[in-house]
Design a protein around this ligand. Structure first.
Ligand SMILES: Nc1ncnc2c1ncn2[C@@H]1O[C@H](COP(=O)(O)OP(=O)(O)O)[C@@H](O)[C@H]1O
Ligand SMILES: [Mg+2]
Length: 200
């Protein structure tokens, strides 16, 4: 099949698209347990970046499972395929000049590293939401931990399915910081990494 598929170049380069948007595109890959704060922090940061006239897109695990990934379950193979598709989509958005914020548990190191390999070296920024299981479970903002403990949900990360912590994440979010401090921390990283103007 692939013999008859030919890559089609586009007229406008990735660099031209990024220049037009006055930013260097990247993937901010939020990873962590359910309830660790991925969605909350990704959205708070997205709001701030929007106010700074940056061009962003949030891809959220829960939302993508309503559409693009609605055919996938939570067994290991489905989780891998879930992340593979999100990685490919993120790459398309990066090529369009967008700063992509993804919020997926993405429990497996190999899956996250596969996404890292899809883009240039400094374009994949892993953000580890290092909130302990005990705190996530106490928050239980969706009531899922209770269900998992009662055996109502199979393959629940942290309870009946593993979470492989990142070893070398670019950004480590320690639970003791508050939301605004975390937004500032990531904004500073983006400035230093050249993704957004230093003066923003
Ligand atoms: N510092 C913090 N950062 C992010 N979320 C926090 C923080 N402190 C408390 N929370 C709360 O924790 C919960 C995190 O939920 P959510 O963002 O949906 O997590 P996830 O997307 O990782 O499942 C929210 O109810 C949020 O208000
Ligand atoms: Mg979430």
């Amino acid at each position: 099949m692939f013999n008859n598929v030919v890559w089609q170049d586009t007229e406008i380069s990735k660099e031209e698209r990024a220049f037009q948007k006055n930013q260097k595109p990247c993937i901010l890959w939020f990873t962590g347990l359910s309830g660790s704060g991925k969605t909350t922090l990704a959205n708070a940061l997205d709001l701030k970046l929007f106010e700074l006239n940056c061009h962003t897109c949030v891809l959220d695990g829960d939302n993508l499972r309503y559409g693009l990934n609605s055919d996938l379950g939570f067994d290991d193979a489905s989780r891998t395929e879930n992340i593979r598709r999100v990685g490919e989509l993120s790459k398309i958005l990066v090529d369009s000049g967008i700063i992509v914020l993804t919020a997926f548990i993405s429990p497996f190191i190999t899956d996250r590293e596969q996404v890292r390999k899809l883009v240039d070296d400094d374009e994949f920024i892993e953000v580890f939401m290092d909130t302990p299981l005990s705190i996530c479970e106490k928050r239980d903002n969706k009531g899922l931990y209770k269900k998992a403990r009662n055996g109502e949900i199979k393959n629940f990360t942290g309870i009946s399915s593993p979470y492989e912590k990142p070893m070398n994440s670019e950004i480590h979010i320690n639970n003791s910081f508050n939301l605004n401090e975390n937004v500032k921390l990531i904004l500073n990283f983006l400035k230093m990494n050249g993704n957004i103007p230093l003066k923003s």
